[in-house]
Design a protein around this ligand. Structure first.
Ligand code: A2P
Length: 297
């Protein structure tokens, strides 16, 4: 099987397009999960200060026996740490928990539209960390085009990445177009649509895993529905960070480099967009009310 393709960011740094995500992975299970993923071939891990499992990510990396340079580590600054000095300190907290001196990619977890000055100041801190070589790339998450435009009024570095909810039922064409026009890599969270079936995100949802169009493509190719979705991301130039704590599904989600979807298959996947987000609306939720504080190491 051929290996995972790399994508090149707008600053020349490369990363494996498929990463392993640990959203909602309990801290106590994270080290084993990350070690399993690394042994399955993943070389890119996506976590966040807000997930409270950065220590486990670092532990999993050390247990894997891989060198620091072999694995691309991505983490996110939580909103309670926005502000210039606060975000510089957030880097120290994350780096210490991960057990590393350099973080490959550090991104803002989401905009704070009600407190955009703090968002700008947080991003200014990321620019400082980049200039100082403490991080190799910086970016954002859950930014709509208007948030990107507002950020770019004061930013000097174009974000390398915008990590957003993106699966066949919510393809965010306007976000993808805005990212592409500025050379920003679109990275899909919930890339196989986990958000369409997680408990606690509202009833009356249809799981994208049960979609008959994707099932038909998958059975034609002898692949799983999840693999078809991951292939769709890859062939459309996105990065994707599927998550699983199940070893066979961890491996399944990485076995996506030996087949191709046709242009017709890609168009059929694109046509499934329903335009309804499963996660929080970045404009409607005031994350400062969520109350989560990121503890000191
Ligand atoms: P599990 O950890 O039991 O495998 P997403 O990354 O799109 O948010 O999806 C994550 C969800 O999808 C988790 O609930 C995960 O559960 C499940 N999942 C991960 N990989 C697969 C797969 N290959 N097939 C079916 N479900 C999967």
């Amino acid at each position: 099987m051929s290996g995972v393709p790399n994508v090149t960011l707008n600053n020349g740094v490369t990363l494996p397009a498929i990463g392993y995500g640990v959203f909602q992975t309990p801290p106590a299970e994270t080290a084993v999960a990350v070690e399993t993923a690394l042994k399955s071939g993943y070389r890119h891990i996506d976590t966040a200060a807000g997930y409270q499992n950065e220590r486990g990510v670092g532990e999993g990396l050390r247990r894997s026996g891989l060198t620091r340079e072999e694995v691309f580590l991505e983490t996110k600054v939580w909103v309670s740490d926005y502000g210039y000095d606060e975000t510089l300190h957030a880097f120290e907290k994350s780096a210490t928990k991960l057990g590393v001196s350099v973080i490959d990619m550090l991104i803002l977890h989401q905009p704070m539209p009600q407190h955009f000055e703090r968002t700008r100041e947080a991003y200014r801190a990321l620019e400082r960390l980049l200039a100082d070589g403490r991080v190799r790339a910086i970016g954002v998450s859950n930014f709509m085009p208007r948030h990107l435009d507002a950020l770019m009024e004061s930013a000097t570095v174009v974000p390398a990445v915008n990590q957003v909810e993106l699966h066949p039922y919510f393809t965010q064409p306007a976000v993808q177009a805005a990212d592409a026009s500025q050379g920003i890599l679109t990275q899909a969270w919930s890339p196989i649509g986990g958000i369409t079936f997680y408990p606690g995100y509202g009833e009356e949802r249809k799981s994208v895993l049960d979609d008959s169009t994707i099932q038909a493509i998958a059975s034609k190719l002898g692949k799983s529905v999840a693999q078809v979705m991951l292939r769709w991301h890859l062939q459309q130039g996105r990065s994707a960070i599927p998550k699983s704590t199940n070893p066979s599904r961890i491996a399944e989600n990485f076995a996506v480099f030996d087949f191709r979807l046709t242009d017709g298959d890609l168009a059929r996947l694109d046509s499934l967009d329903q335009g309804h987000r499963g996660g929080p609306d970045p404009d409607e939720v005031d994350p400062s009310k969520w109350g989560l504080e990121v503890p000191e190491p």
